[in-house]
Design a protein around this ligand. Structure first.
Ligand code: HAM
Length: 419
């Protein structure tokens, strides 16, 4: 029989990677809760229209990368390529947008993009995502960036840099688009890739985000948004930067940063690490003040970010696998019954414990205890059972002691010793 394998670009995560995922999620929960964020869980499957309308028809994500298919009744569905659109749909649909427009929500989970898999780039990948809804003030933008920065620092991600830009608003963007279009049209057509030839007219801002080297070089001389935005946007951006200065978060203004999704306006940012190759963006985000309205909700602003967990995984300092506190070695069936009960009493008291599931020779059990890197070996032979004690051997030092296991307080003392 032929073996069934994983889908290309999809991964199984075994320990220690699976544990690193849990570690990152717990660290995010811990940091985000200090900023008043609460968890939201949304479906991985949504109606295709949600992504087309929010992320934008002209983006690579919608044009080339979505897992889209008809369901049994021929409705077009898409595996979410990112979390923000679904969070907005649910914020509007649940009535939160009207009832409690100021909401701070985070969500974790798998996202799906049909990209060419490589190191740090998967077709199923995982994001840690946070959204702050209902507020426009510059301090909010700085606070969102600060939360991201604190999270990444808390899990000790090395060599990070924060790039930030402003994309203007619906008032000033049209004039910039015209100026950009004029510049793009001034370049001979054979300079652009096929996609950019189309984007030039359909969505000129996307040309700035093209990854093709020829196009990248050509946009170097394009007018920069940060120099063309209206006074209000410029002032907003200035205040965001001033707040970041106040709280001592280092950043670089990158005039070319436009992000790959269409819903952004004003503040946008990306965090990259010098420690990983071409897929260096570990997190990205920004403000999206028109998105909720465009999805049929009230005109509420929003700002957020997402971190790519696979990229963070490449950067996490290696942790040693946790060691069990105790390994129970048993010599016969009576020892098994008594030892199992003691072991359960230890686990109930927080001891990390493993056991031999059948009686074996002392030598075989010692080998197993060492293989598991257990700190202690507990031995229950006929002699120990007769005296109602357990023999406890420290596998690092070789020291050996008997512990009485008659009363609850004996068990408490043993657990204290083992933990
Ligand atoms: P994004 O920049 O498309 O933004 O993705 C955020 C992060 O997800 C990236 O910086 C990267 O670390 C990770 N990522 C993206 N694609 C892949 C992939 N194929 N494999 C592995 N990691 C990947 C968003 O998704 C926005 N929704 C962020 C946001 C939230 N903006 C506002 N709120």
């Amino acid at each position: 029989m032929s073996k069934i394998t994983r889908i290309k670009g999809f991964a199984d995560y075994f320990p220690p990677e699976s544990e690193a995922f849990t570690f990152m999620e717990n660290a995010a929960r811990d940091v985000f809760s200090r900023y008043g964020y609460r968890e939201l869980r949304t479906p991985v499957l949504e109606k295709t229209e949600l992504f087309a309308r929010s992320i934008g028809e002209e983006t690579d994500v919608v044009k080339k990368e979505m897992y889209t298919f008809p369901d049994r009744k021929d409705r077009s569905l898409t595996l979410r390529p990112e979390a923000t659109a679904g969070v907005m749909r649910s914020y509007i649909e649940s009535g939160l947008a009207t009832r409690e427009p100021y909401s701070k929500l985070f969500t974790f989970g798998p996202m799906f993009r049909y990209e060419r898999p490589q190191k740090g780039r998967m077709r199923q990948f995982h994001q840690i995502n946070a959204e702050c809804l209902g507020l426009t003030e510059p301090a909010v933008d700085a606070e969102v960036v600060a939360m991201l920065w604190q999270f990444l620092s808390s899990i000790r991600i090395p060599n990070l840099s924060l790039e930030i830009n402003t994309l203007g608003c619906r008032e000033c963007r049209p004039a910039y688009n015209e100026a950009l279009k004029a510049y793009l049209d001034s370049v001979p057509e054979d300079g652009w890739c096929e996609d950019c030839l189309r984007r030039k007219t359909t969505n000129p801002l996307r040309v700035l985000d093209c990854k093709v080297p020829g196009c990248k070089a050509l946009v170097d001389n394009a007018p920069a948004l940060v120099d063309s935005v209206c006074e209000e946007c410029s002032d907003h951006f200035g205040q965001v930067l001033a707040h970041l200065d106040d709280i001592e978060i280092p950043y670089t203004v990158n005039k070319r940063l436009v992000r790959g999704l269409d819903y952004y306006n004003r503040t946008t940012f990306e965090v990259t690490s010098g420690e990983i190759g071409s897929q260096s963006a570990v997190a990205g985000g920004g403000r999206y003040d028109g998105l909720i309205r465009d999805l049929g909700g009230p005109d509420q602003p929003g700002i957020g970010f997402a971190c790519g967990m696979e990229r963070l995984l490449l950067l996490l300092p290696e942790e040693e696998a946790p060691r069990p506190d105790a390994y129970l070695a048993i010599l016969d069936a009576v020892g098994m019954a008594r030892g199992f009960l003691i072991l359960q009493a230890m686990r109930a008291r927080g001891v990390i414990a493993e056991m031999s599931p059948t009686p074996k020779s002392v030598k075989a059990m010692m080998r197993q205890a060492n293989r598991l890197r257990s700190r202690f070996c507990l031995l229950m032979g006929p002699d120990e059972i007769a005296r109602d004690v357990v023999q406890v051997k420290n596998l690092d030092s070789g020291d050996q002691n008997d512990f009485s296991v008659t009363s609850e307080s004996d068990l408490d003392a043993l657990a204290d010793f083992l933990r």
